[in-house]
Design a protein around this ligand. Sequence first.
Ligand code: SF4
Length: 66
Amino acid sequence: MQIVVDLNRCQAYAQCAFLAPQVFELHGEEALMFTPTVPDDQHEHVRRAAAACPVQAILVGERAGP
Ligand code: SF4
């Protein structure tokens, strides 16, 4: 699973960092860091985080194969 966060949209609400702390991390008030390639055990957390983002800034994509 691959993710992209539209940082122009992101308002640093930190919902994602709360729901998937191993993938999203807020540094300071505004700087969101994230892991673009999501480990298998984090997929469900990331889906929840994407659904919870108030501005739909998290784009989730599946990528087949290695
Ligand atoms: S939940 Fe959305 S708006 Fe909030 S920090 Fe995450 S990506 Fe940004």
